[in-house]
Design a protein around this ligand. Structure first.
Ligand code: AKG
Ligand code: FE2
Length: 262
């Protein structure tokens, strides 16, 4: 299934329009403490001693309230673009998940859990990494794993993303024109009983280019239970509510997975 390239480019240019606003303007839609949407620092910031060279804007569903604050007379273009992109990402994520699940030979109930069309939780994260005079002194986004099942990432043609490979260390994932990066998140790691391992990743900054990336996070409803697949051998993780896991992650960051290990 193709996502129109024109839409991807539009999302990128709308993201650039947003981050080009003054700090004073952007702070009008600052993410509230404990809130999920809006403008702000990376959510993982409290776990790291140094500031990251990054600013972000998170959207869940409609972004009309924030967009009206930013562009009182011209918010529709931003909202239409983000809505259209979220719809396309949701369809793509569901399709990818189905392919993954088919390879795992799951029961109908497990299939329903992971692909329930109505209730999935999606979030769109616009990331901005301004060019940096001394890139080696900082990180764009510190090492982390994404919490949901899958992340679909658009890198906007600029290097920066790195993944950690056991035995190899940090390895760049160079952007490929017309392709997305698909990351496995914590919940798919738990659900697949580690058959689809989570990917530890980070983002670097560079000296000359203001890099934009757009991540779509796709997960199950927060009120549902996540349980390792029944046919995957001894479960390696405890079953728990998705929202319990998210809360554990917000308190313990990358240690959350080991806290629910059996
Ligand atoms: O900018 C990137 O390439 C990575 C972004 C990312 O990891 C995230 O938004 O969780
Ligand atoms: Fe990430």
């Amino acid at each position: 299934m193709g996502v129109p390239m024109e839409l991807v480019k539009k999302v990128e240019s709308e993201a650039r329009r947003l981050f080009a606003l003054t700090t004073h303007e952007k702070r009008k839609v600052l993410r509230s403490p404990g809130g999920a949407t809006g403008y702000g620092l990376p959510r993982i910031s409290p776990f790291f001693p140094k500031c990251m060279w990054h600013e972000g804007f998170t959207i869940m569903g409609s972004c009309v309230d924030d967009a009206k604050v930013l562009w009182p007379h011209d918010y529709q273009r931003f909202c239409d673009t983000m809505d259209g992109y979220q719809n396309q990402m949701k369809l793509l994520a569901q399709k990818l998940l189905l392919l993954i699940l088919q390879s795992l030979d799951v029961t109908q109930e497990e299939l329903n859990w992971a692909t329930s069309t109505h209730d999935t939780q999606g979030a769109l994260q616009l990331n901005s990494y301004p060019s940096c005079p001394n890139p080696s002194a900082t990180l764009g986004l510190a090492p982390h794993t994404d919490s949901p099942l899958l992340t679909i990432l658009h890198q906007s043609g600029t290097n920066g993303l790195e993944i950690f490979i056991e035995g190899l260390g940090w390895s760049p994932v160079s952007p490929v024109e017309g392709a997305f990066v698909v990351n496995i998140g914590d919940l798919l790691h738990i659900f697949s009983n580690a058959k689809f391992p989570v990917v530890y990743h980070r983002a670097m900054v560079n000296q000359s280019i203001h890099r934009i990336s757009v991540a779509y996070f796709h997960g199950p409803p927060v009120e549902s239970m996540v349980t390792p697949l029944s046919n995957s051998g001894n479960p390696r993780f405890k079953s728990l509510l998705v929202k319990e896991y998210i809360s554990l992650k917000s308190k313990h960051n990358e240690k959350a997975l080991s806290l629910i290990r059996i």
